[in-house]
Design a protein around this ligand. Structure first.
Ligand code: PEP
Length: 281
């Protein structure tokens, strides 16, 4: 991935008609966790109405508590992908936590005639799960969204990206999602979006920011704007190429991370804010 940028190889890639590079910006608004077909339909329809071609949808959820909802897993894949295809969503970012999930996703997409595409997400808890990284790196069908590890050095997280590339898959987007820190209070994590230009300097990877998992709440600043929006603006002005963000039609009913999901009626202002910030960059 060009850690030392000692050659002129092209940055980024195109997947399913969508370009991912260090020079453009894609928004992946969507559900942290897939819950009901109705919510998935509302989400995809609203995204299409606002000209979006990408989304995030969690089917396999890595949870701290074993008794918490673990995601619908493979059972929801057919209706999630069909609904995405129906609304012309080209790329669904979906975290996987085990290498068997690659085949489950692949089988389902093939059976449905690939109505949409998938970007395989490696979550922050798996940034150093080397066997998972190697398995994902060995397949070249799907691009990868790699989250920064929450308690390791940046260099260690960039080495995780090299695990993917060294196995053959260099279609990797690197995602900043905040670092665990007591000093981060009242946010769940310390927002680390000042590192967007750093990662772009050190590598050729497009850089994503995840304001939802960085901030961890829908709290508003005194200006009435949610902290998630402020953090997004910081990331985009710093040059982010992708934004991964949680929205939900009924956050009070969400099965995972409802308190951080933005409301659907906030989507237009959120997208407009991103557009304006991107112009500044
Ligand atoms: C997520 O994006 O759904 C998620 C769990 O994020 P992270 O791995 O950054 O905690």
């Amino acid at each position: 991935l060009g850690r030392h940028r000692d050659d002129q190889r092209q940055s980024g890639f195109t997947y399913n008609g969508v370009e991912f590079s260090q020079n453009n910006l894609n928004v992946f608004a969507g559900l942290c966790a897939v819950d009901t077909p109705e919510h998935v339909e509302i989400m995809m329809r609203t995204l299409q109405e606002h000209g979006q071609q990408c989304t995030r949808m969690g089917a396999y959820k890595p949870r701290t508590n074993p008794y918490s909802f673990q995601g619908h897993g493979r059972n929801c894949l057919p209706w999630v992908f069909e609904t995405a295809g129906k609304h012309d969503i080209r790329v669904v970012a979906m975290e996987i936590t085990h290498e068997s999930h690659i085949e489950e996703i692949h089988e389902c997409l093939e059976k449905l005639g690939r109505p949409t595409g998938v970007m395989l997400q490696v979550g922050t808890r798996n940034t150093q799960n080397f066997e998972l990284l190697k398995a994902i790196g060995r397949q070249k069908t799907y691009p990868v969204l790699l989250k920064r590890g929450f308690g390791i050095t940046l260099n260690e997280s960039l080495n995780a990206a090299e695990y993917l590339a060294s196995e053959g898959n260099a279609n990797v987007v690197f995602c900043l999602r905040g670092m665990k820190s007591d000093a981060g209070h009242p946010h769940r994590n310390m927002v680390d979006f000042a590192h967007v230009p750093t990662v772009k300097r050190l590598t050729r990877m497009p850089v994503c920011v995840d304001p939802s998992h960085s901030v961890g709440s829908r709290d508003k600043a005194p200006d009435g704007i949610p902290d998630v929006m402020h953090a997004t603006a910081q990331g985009v002005i710093a040059g982010a190429n992708m934004v991964l963000v949680d929205f939900h039609p009924k956050p009070e009913k969400a099965l995972v991370d409802g308190p951080q999901a933005l409301l659907m009626d906030e989507l237009p202002a959120y997208l407009e804010d991103i557009r304006l910030c991107h112009q500044l960059w």
